[in-house]
Design a protein around this ligand. Structure first.
Ligand code: FAD
Length: 377
């Protein structure tokens, strides 16, 4: 079986199998990186990132097969990405700053640190790394090899199948000691040896002590998060939906509300071959399962599609910080010219959670039971 299947049916089969065999011991085993095929974790991140499968779908499957109390840790992890995305919405300049500083940076070549070189190859070969290995890798990159966290975040951005601007940037900042100021994550050989089950032991190869002084860095300067306008799920005339890698199942909400629409998937080329192929294959599966959907591959094709379908009301996935695709002046002016109303649709999952995400995760997580009861699970 492929590590990252590209059909929904295989994905659901894998998730059911994971729910029934691994999930009850997830909280005990999740920090171990036993290597490929990473059976003890879900490997859902590339699908959640694109919402090829939604958070609600995942929780429906997992909760119905387990006692909710025994899978609390897993549910919490699902909410970590929601939290990071919400946090970045109220701290957008952090992503801008990262982008400015990530250009023209240096990357390490072969380092002689076996685990690090292995993880680098694993990432390039599969587009994935276990969470603990991402933490060790980032820590070694910054504190042992002396490269900038921005260059590391950029390296992940180019190579992860699940690249998420919020989880990646804030994950690197957290390791660097910038999210929780002056509290970096330091990889130690003992911890690596234990949690890789002895596969690696970089004894005396790592810098295991650092003193940081980031007292001038202020994170608590946050924007008041302003909720975007809510689209009323009534029947509207000439409705069009454009799916893209920000949300590949948004149309389901309209199906559930029995609202008719035309739909196209906007497929965007990726410079990394492995990621490009993965993205194209999951889109192929969507088109196979929805014979009436069209595909568009550039701006002009989107405009032609809107005109051909005579769309008058357009729904697009909401674009959170770092995920801008069509929320730009050129496109919006064109929509105005064509007399098309539009809404960048924020799912209730995010709408309910983002207002709680501007402080620490500890505060945020107290809302998880309420957020679950608000969700359609
Ligand atoms: C430096 C660094 C960079 C990262 N970059 C990304 C990224 O670009 N995209 C991304 O989706 N995750 C990122 N993560 C978070 C995490 O490593 C991955 O989500 C996780 O390893 C994915 O594997 P999984 O699906 O098997 O996780 P599981 O353990 O099975 O978790 C289930 C789901 O919960 C979410 N999740 C779990 N842990 C985290 C976390 N720490 N932060 C946010 N969401 C989490 C993911 O959506 C994941 O699919 C990063 C972490 C670090 C330390």
């Amino acid at each position: 079986m492929k590590t990252f299947p590209t059909t929904k049916s295989e994905l659901i089969k894998n998730l059911i199998n994971f729910s029934e065999t691994e999930l009850s011991s997830y909280s005990k085993n999740r920090n171990f990186d036993f290597g490929h095929p990473h059976k003890n974790v879900s490997k859902l991140s590339p699908y959640l990132r694109t919402r090829f499968i939604s958070e609600e779908e995942v929780l429906k499957i997992t909760i119905s097969r387990n006692n909710i109390k025994t899978i609390e840790k897993f549910i919490e992890e699902i909410f970590w990405r929601t939290y990071w995305r919400g946090w970045l919405e109220s701290h957008p300049w952090i992503y801008e700053e990262y982008l400015n500083k990530s250009k023209n940076q240096l990357f390490p070549k072969k380092t002689g640190i076996k685990c690090f070189d292995y993880w680098k190859e694993e990432l390039l070969d599969t587009g994935y790394l276990h969470n603990h290995s991402r933490m060790w890798f980032a820590s070694i990159w910054i504190f042992t090899l002396g490269y900038s966290w921005q260059s590391g975040a950029d390296f992940f951005k180019r190579n992860l199948l699940d690249f998420c601007p919020a989880s990646n940037t804030l994950g690197w900042r957290w390791v660097a000691g910038l999210q929780t100021i002056n509290k970096p994550y330091l990889a130690t050989s003992e911890n690596i040896s234990y949690f890789t089950n002895g596969r690696f032991n970089p004894l005396n190869q790592l810098n295991e002590q650092v003193n940081l002084n980031y007292n001038d860095q202020i994170n608590n300067h946050s924007f008041q998060y302003i909720e975007p306008k809510k689209f009323q799920l009534n029947k509207v005339d000439k409705l069009g939906i454009i799916l893209n890698k920000n949300d590949l199942t948004l149309n389901r909400i309209f199906d559930n509300n029995k609202i008719a629409y035309d739909c196209c998937v906007y497929s965007i080329e990726h410079e990394n071959k492995l990621i490009d192929e993965f993205n194209k294959n999951i889109i192929r599966d969507i088109l196979k399962n929805n014979k009436n959907f069209d595909i568009t591959e550039n701006y002009n094709q989107i405009i032609d599609w809107l005109i051909n379908k005579k769309v008058k009301n357009l729904i697009l996935p909401y674009e959170t910080v770092g995920n801008t695709i069509l929320n730009n002046a050129k496109f919006k002016n064109k929509l105005k010219e064509l007399d098309i109303n539009y809404n960048f649709f924020l799912r209730d999952w995010d709408r309910n959670a983002f207002p709680y995400a501007n402080k620490g995760f500890f505060k945020f997580k107290k809302n998880i039971p309420n957020l679950i009861s608000l969700a359609d699970i």
